[in-house]
Design a protein around this ligand. Structure first.
Ligand code: NDP
Length: 239
């Protein structure tokens, strides 16, 4: 059955792989993108690309209106858009902190809250939030990012309790290090150090995160809610 799926930040990296996975499975997929142009292959797959900055509530509202007009209410939401602004705490400006929280945590609140409207009416819905192993383990130089990603866990679990009786599920995927623009910004030395700590000894490919997201949105995951699923090559074991 073809569902209306929305992936935020679906123009590159993990979000792009997630959007492709749902589109390949025959779902009606919409992505939001903030800058640039959406990849041509997505558009030719029939994916609807809507420009939207999730730090702006008005743009979120407009994006939903456009998506609902084309695909109907969003039935599966993947809140993926996120940023880093790494800095040691003593050098971290308030702007470094609040901009990361505003995108990763409050931005997720904006898109989830808006999606829930239609999901409540339909009495079903699947929400998957993209957190990070860093939200569970902590990471020197990433206090803002780790706080935002840990916040997603409390957010999802609260909503799982609030809205479970309405047949809505809220789950969190916590990727380890994934080969995308975000991690390509690291130096070779930093990358080698990270890989040395990963039991599987490599970075994930974005498609490996997408497969777990698809599972959580599938009928096979009908009794899973409030879960945090690590996809991290073993990096966060026990967290
Ligand atoms: P990328 O930097 O490759 O892509 C980030 C995406 O988020 C882009 O589509 C970007 O849009 C979008 N985005 C950023 N800010 C906003 C905003 N204000 N409004 C709308 N869209 C926005 O990151 P990844 O693909 O690597 O990461 C995707 C998610 O996975 C993030 O939440 C990240 O924290 C998480 N993650 C990544 C890991 C990794 O190792 N790569 C590990 C664990 C978690 P634009 O192209 O316009 O900038």
């Amino acid at each position: 059955m073809s569902r209306s799926v929305l992936v935020t930040g679906g123009n590159r990296g993990i979000g792009l792989a997630i959007a492709r996975a749902f589109a390949d499975a025959g779902d009606k997929v919409a992505i939001t993108y903030r800058s640039g142009e959406p990849p041509a292959d997505l558009v030719s797959l029939g994916v609807l690309a809507v420009r939207c900055d999730i730090t702006d509530a008005e743009q979120v509202e407009q994006a939903y209106k456009e998506i609902e007009a084309a695909h109907g209410n969003v039935e599966v939401l993947v809140a993926n858009a996120g940023i880093t602004r790494d800095q040691l705490l003593m050098r971290m400006s308030e702007e470094d902190f609040t901009s990361v929280l505003d995108t990763n945590l409050t931005g997720t609140y904006r898109v989830v809250k808006r999606a829930n409207r239609g999901m409540l009416r339909a009495k079903k819905g699947r929400v998957v939030l993209i957190s990070s192993v860093v939200g569970l383990l902590g990471s020197a130089g990433q206090a803002n990012y780790a706080a935002s990603k840990a916040g997603l866990v409390g957010f999802a679990r609260s909503l799982a309790r609030e809205l479970g009786s309405r047949n809505l599920t809220f789950n969190v995927v916590a990727p380890g290090f994934v080969d995308t623009d975000m991690t390509r910004a690291l130096t070779d030395e930093q990358r080698a150090e990270i890989v040395a700590q990963v039991p599987l000894g490599r970075y994930a490919q974005p498609e490996e995160i997408a497969a777990t997201v698809r599972f959580l949105a599938s009928d096979d995951a009908s009794y899973i809610t409030g879960a945090v699923i690590p996809v991290d090559g073993g990096l966060g074991m026990g967290h």
